[in-house]
Structures are given as structure tokens and as C-alpha cells.
Design a protein around this ligand. Structure first.
Ligand SMILES: NC(=O)c1ccc[n+]([C@@H]2O[C@H](COP(=O)([O-])OP(=O)(O)OC[C@H]3O[C@@H](n4cnc5c(N)ncnc54)[C@H](O)[C@@H]3O)[C@@H](O)[C@H]2O)c1
Length: 356
């Protein structure tokens, strides 16, 4: 079995976090780790050989937390030095939202074969294009951590669409509440889910940001995801080329966790972070069959599944993962389109969205 040399840049909680305490539940089984370090630790064919952060204390903390698993890990404060020294096969880019692009490009150019980039892919279209071009030119596979793409309940729901009993998707309504319902921080997860279910190219978007952001510039103006006030929530309407429309509602003063309603020819689905329910309409339109969809309790977990899939994609000669950068680029276009639309009194913004 090939052994993969992995590195992580960015050692906040989601980058460096440990395994969840186990066992978690006698019936539900293992709770798989969500952070990158924990997810690498459960892959038998990966060793984290190097990590990097600008903050030296986080390097010390990493060494302490992970000493028993990776006693020989080398630490860096300069990721370029790490790339030059370590011949990494895999790199997790877990820096703040607006610091993904150059690190990913440098990694592809220095021969890293699999890049696991946190969401959102980037904060400008130009950056996303450069990242995609660098991966294509150098034969690197990139996967973007829009985590729901590796969650079994979303797959259980999707299996009922298309040729399944619910038929074709027509409308999608996605909602997300709480202080992190900021467009770029967590709205990106919701919008990616809408794009995934729509399974088409966005044609235009209309955006209306929430109160207090009337004068938000038509471009990203956040600080990387820390200050919720700098990354607005808002509502959006997206038209896809196949006729599907997506309605997006991010609102910070709403308790609703992330959930998505998918309205299809023969009924609807409700999917949240843990469950999926289908409501199938019979011949008599008042006759609705409600089904809670069974979701395997022993699923691998989103981040370990993403890493395993990335390795598989490399081994199969560089095929796309379920969350390729081109998909993440759609979501970025919708978010930037919402900002541009809001700045133009909610006018329609047509794709391809350009940086302004
Ligand atoms: N998929 C998920 O569920 C999920 C959950 C949380 C966070 N995230 C994403 O993960 C990323 C990190 O989030 P966070 O909350 O840990 O952010 P953070 O700002 O707390 O941590 C980022 C770390 O990256 C380091 N860093 C920044 N630039 C660097 C550079 N050039 N070289 C080396 N280190 C650098 C910083 O010092 C910091 O320690 C964000 O993109 C965020 O959106 C994803």
C-alpha cells in the first residue's frame, strides 16, 4: 500500500483538532473526526510529516497533541519552505477564508498531488481561476471542503431524485441561521448544497444583503472569517440553466440550523446536517407519504471520507472528486454575484460573474 506524506497549513481548531473521544455511543458507534489532523490520523496509509502556521505557539501545541501519533512531525512558519523540504503528496489548506489561493497554487506548482482546500475556495474569481489552472497544469487533484458532499444523509436524499420516486428537481430553498450565517464563512456550505442539488450552471443571481449592509462593496470585504460584522448574511435567488431556481436565506438572527428543502416533480425533501426526510405525493395530491430516510450510523464521517476520496482520485490518475474546484467556483460566483447585485439595488447579475 502506498504511504502518503501529508502536510497541513493553518493550525486552528479545524486544522489541528484531535480525534473525538471514543467510543461515543454504544449503538451509534464511532464519531469520526471533523478536523483535518484527526481525519488524517484515521487513514492507515497517511502520515502527517509536516505542519505550518504563522503562530509558533500553535506549532508547539500541535507537537504536544499529536506526539503519540506523529512523533517526527516537522514544524514550519513558512509554508514555502515546508513545500520545498518535504515532498508532500497531500496538503490541507486550512488558513483563513481569504488565504487559500496562493498556498494552493504554490503547492500544485511544487508537485503536491492532492490539495484539500477549505471552503470557500477563494474570495475572488481570479484567484479561483488561477487555482484551477495551476492544478490542471501540474496534474494536481483539488477537493474543496464543502463538507455536506461527504455526508450520507445528503446522498440518501439525492438517491430519491432524478430516476427515483421524487423525479426532477424544480426549486430549492436553503436556510441557515446563527452568527456564522455569513456568506463566505458558512453560507458557502449552504450555497454549495443548493448548487449540488441543482446540478446545473448558474445563469443569473439576485442578492439582497441583510439590514446594516446596504453599503457593502460589490466584492469580498471580510477579514478571513473572524468578524461576523464584516461578512454579511443575506438572501439570494439563483436561476440555473436547467430551469431549477435556488432560494438562499442566510440570516444571523435566526436560530434555524443549516437546512435545505428540495421541491421536485413528485414531492419534496428536507435535509439538514444530520437527517433527511422525504414527502412523496401520491396520485391524490392530498395523499403524502412521509419517509424518514435511513442514514448509516457507521458512515466514515465527512473529513475522513474527503481525504480517502482524494487519495482514490490520485490513484485513479487524477479524476475529479465529488467536490472539485469548478463546483466551488460556482458557489463563489453566486456569493460575489449577491454582493454585486446588492450594490446595484438588487439588479440581476449574469454569469460568468467577473471581479469588480
Ligand atoms: N469545513 C468546515 O466545516 C469548516 C469548519 C471551520 C472552519 N473551516 C474553514 O477552515 C479555514 C480555517 O478556519 P479557522 O476558523 O481555523 O481560521 P483561523 O483564522 O482561526 O485559523 C487559521 C490559521 O491559519 C494560519 N495562517 C494564516 N495564513 C497562514 C500562512 N500564510 N501560513 C501559515 N499559516 C497561516 C493562522 O495563523 C491561523 O492559525 C477557513 O477557511 C474556514 O472557513 C471549515
Amino acid at each position: 500500500m502506498t504511504n502518503y506524506r501529508a502536510g497541513i497549513v493553518g493550525l486552528g481548531g479545524i486544522g489541528a483538532g484531535p480525534l473525538a473521544a471514543q467510543p461515543v455511543h454504544p449503538a451509534l458507534g464511532i464519531r469520526w473526526p471533523h478536523p483535518h489532523a484527526g481525519a488524517y490520523a484515521v487513514q492507515s496509509n497517511v502520515e502527517v510529516v509536516a505542519v505550518c502556521d504563522l503562530v509558533p505557539e500553535l506549532l508547539d501545541q500541535f507537537r504536544t497533541t499529536w506526539h503519540d501519533t506523529w512523533p517526527d512531525v516537522t514544524t514550519y512558519t513558512d509554508y514555502r519552505e515546508m513545500l520545498d523540504d518535504e515532498q508532500l503528496d497531500l496538503l490541507s489548506v486550512v488558513t483563513s477564508d481569504h488565504r487559500h489561493a496562493q498556498i494552493s497554487i504554490d503547492a500544485a506548482e511544487r508537485g503536491v498531488r492532492g490539495i484539500f482546500c477549505e471552503k470557500p475556495i477563494a474570495t475572488t474569481m481570479a484567484e479561483a481561476d488561477q487555482m484551477i489552472a495551476a492544478c490542471q497544469k501540474n496534474g494536481a487533484v483539488m477537493t474543496v471542503d464543502h463538507s455536506r458532499r461527504w455526508m450520507a444523509n445528503f446522498h440518501a436524499a439525492m438517491a430519491l431524485l432524478g430516476d427515483g420516486p421524487l423525479g426532477a428537481v424544480r426549486r430549492i430553498v436553503g436556510s441557515m441561521g446563527g452568527p456564522r450565517a455569513m456568506l463566505f464563512r458558512n453560507g458557502t456550505h449552504l450555497i454549495d448544497t443548493v448548487c449540488w442539488f441543482a446540478n446545473s450552471e448558474p445563469e443569473w443571481v439576485i442578492g439582497q444583503l441583510d439590514a446594516g449592509h446596504e453599503n457593502h462593496p460589490p466584492r469580498y470585504a471580510g477579514d478571513g472569517g473572524k468578524d461576523s460584522a464584516l461578512d454579511p448574511a443575506g438572501s439570494g435567488l439563483v436561476q440555473f440553466a436547467n430551469g431549477v431556481r435556488g432560494f438562499i436565506n442566510c440570516h444571523k438572527e435566526m436560530a434555524t440550523p443549516n437546512h435545505v428543502y428540495v421541491f421536485a416533480e413528485h414531492g419534496r425533501l428536507l435535509v439538514d446536517n444530520n437527517t433527511a426526510e422525504a414527502f412523496i405525493v401520491g396520485e391524490n395530491r392530498n395523499d403524502v407519504l412521509r419517509r424518514v430516510l435511513p442514514v448509516p450510523h457507521t458512515q466514515r464521517g465527512d473529513t475522513p471520507a474527503a481525504i480517502a476520496e482524494l487519495i482514490e482520485a490520485i490513484e485513479q490518475g487524477g479524476i475529479e472528486t465529488i467536490s472539485p474546484p469548478q463546483e466551488a467556483r460556482k458557489t463563489l460566483g453566486i456569493m460575489l454575484g449577491m454582493l454585486q447585485s446588492n450594490a446595484a439595488d438588487s439588479a440581476k447579475v449574469r454569469f460568468p460573474v467577473q471581479d469588480v
